[in-house]
Design a protein around this ligand. Structure first.
Ligand code: ADP
Ligand code: MG
Length: 374
């Protein structure tokens, strides 16, 4: 939110239609769209802009912040509890300062923020405008922890199959003639499966990095969703799952769906695999039109233990593999990728307890349009 005028002028006397007001409004929208908090103070140290992120991080509504002294709105302290603004004296102090590099500071309630500041100076170095940038330190710490987790998980996940590949090939090379064909076959099958695991992990990691960088390329075409689901089920059966584990139902008429078939296959493959591997009993897949999204909704449910309701959000995070040592767990990247792929289609995914117990994953995708029309 940006003060359009001097804060002492009552709102009724501010013309709302003038071009300057409109520019101020656009500016406020722009600021509110930023993920970082922004506070702007004028020459008299009064707050003239306070965006939505700043309001969220500080808990001070924009309306309460505007017009106030920025030091009262943002009473920052350093790690020793000293008043930060007294230390740096933005409106006194060195008139050659142009900015303060990022540093970690605290609100009185202990919230840690990463703070930067910049000066706009006029004649004789007088401060005309003072802009403070705020970043959520906890979010950054979380990201850094995720990254560190990613590195150690990846290293760990790669090491065990590679240790086995190396072990078996070394043994075969050293003692080839001492093994009979059956023994050799078992070893080669293990090597083959472990190589598949490594490849799969790497493919998943590449997907994760594309999703995180927002670089998923969509190749939309008309997709027959029920046919795609039948194909995914047939794929599981061909790979050894009993055919009677799956029940498929197509309800109602779908609109013409413009989707990326490879990504849809990947979504379905992951959900079916999870239902078989982590769930139990019959896996029921239902596809139906979704009026709200003007598209389709697909649900995949099983009759296993399901997902505890408190974990319903967490399942979609990277490396979440369920409570305690879940022996059947894979990399924990599957559902994170599924969510990314569904969202790339403009859709959404959620999980709940199926009516008869078990997990029910349901995703919706809008009908979409040819790429060049989007
Ligand atoms: N259908 C399901 N029933 C019960 N738990 C599930 C189901 N699908 C997923 N989960 C839980 O969510 C976790 C994350 O799933 P996912 O991201 O696909 O990773 P992965 O399958 O590699 O373990 C699984 O490890 C499992 O604990
Ligand atoms: Mg999975």
């Amino acid at each position: 939110m940006v003060a359009k005028d001097s804060p002492t002028v009552p709102p009724s006397r501010r013309g709302d239609a003038g071009p300057a007001d409109r520019a101020a409004g656009d500016f406020a929208d722009l600021l509110d769209g930023l993920p970082d908090g922004v506070l702007v103070a004028d020459a008299a140290a009064r707050v003239v802009a306070f965006n939505a992120a700043a309001a969220r991080m500080t808990g001070v509504p924009a309306a309460a912040a505007l017009g106030g002294d920025f030091r009262d709105v943002l009473p920052l302290q350093d790690a020793e509890g000293r008043d930060w603004w007294k230390c740096v004296a933005p409106y006194g102090g060195l008139s050659t300062r142009t900015r303060h590099p990022e540093r970690s500071l605290f609100l009185p309630d202990g919230t840690e923020l990463l703070v930067t500041a910049a000066y706009r100076r006029g004649e004789r170095g007088r401060v005309e405008r003072f802009t403070v940038g705020l970043r959520d330190a906890a979010a950054r710490a979380r990201r850094e922890r995720d990254r560190a987790d990613l590195v150690s998980t990846v290293a760990h996940e790669l090491r065990s199959p590679l240790t086995s590949v190396k072990g078996f090939t070394a043994t075969l090379l050293a003692r080839w003639h001492r093994f009979n064909d059956d023994q050799k076959l078992v070893m080669l099958e293990t090597v083959n499966a472990d190589a598949d695991r490594v490849t799969r992990l790497i493919t998943e990691l590449l997907d994760v990095s594309r999703i995180e960088a927002g670089r998923l390329e969509m190749r939309r075409q008309v997709v027959d969703l029920p046919a795609e689901i039948r194909k995914a089920v047939a794929g599981r059966v061909a790979a050894g799952d009993p055919g009677d584990r799956f029940r498929f139902e197509s309800r109602g008429e779908l609109p013409e769906m413009w989707l990326d078939p490879d990504k849809i296959d990947q979504i379905l493959g992951n959900l079916l695999e999870n239902a078989v591997r982590h769930g139990a009993g019959t896996v029921t897949i239902v596809v139906e039109p979704d009026a709200q999204e003007k598209g389709a909704a697909v649900s995949v449910r099983d009759e296993g233990e399901g997902i505890p309701p408190e974990a319903a959000q967490r399942v979609f995070r990277q490396f979440w593999r369920g409570p305690g040592g879940n022996r059947r767990a894979g990399t924990g990247l599957g559902l994170y990728i599924v969510k990314g792929l569904v969202e790339a289609h403009g859709g959404s995914i959620s999980v709940r307890r199926a009516p008869g117990g078990g997990a029910e994953f349901r995703f919706t995708v809008p009908a979409g349009a040819p790429d060049h029309a989007v």
